[in-house]
Write a protein that binds this ligand. Sequence first.
Ligand code: SF4
Ligand code: SF4
Length: 66
Amino acid sequence: MTTIFIATTACKGCGACLRTCPERALRPAETVDGGPPLLTLEDRCTGCGECMEICPADAFDEVIVG
Ligand code: SF4
Ligand code: SF4
């Protein structure tokens, strides 16, 4: 099973990953100190990688789980 980890410190909050995810598996979370929205991964992620490919900030790191 493949899942992803989002390196939130690099995220610019553009929202491209949210719009791209075919499973709608990403969602905004609370902001920290007025920074860009943090994103969390929900269970229905299939590991397709489309969010990683579209991110202009290279804010995603891939983590293999299981
Ligand atoms: S595409 Fe990248 S920079 Fe844009 S909101 Fe998603 S993680 Fe952040
Ligand atoms: S890997 Fe695919 S399913 Fe998972 S969050 Fe990214 S775009 Fe969505």
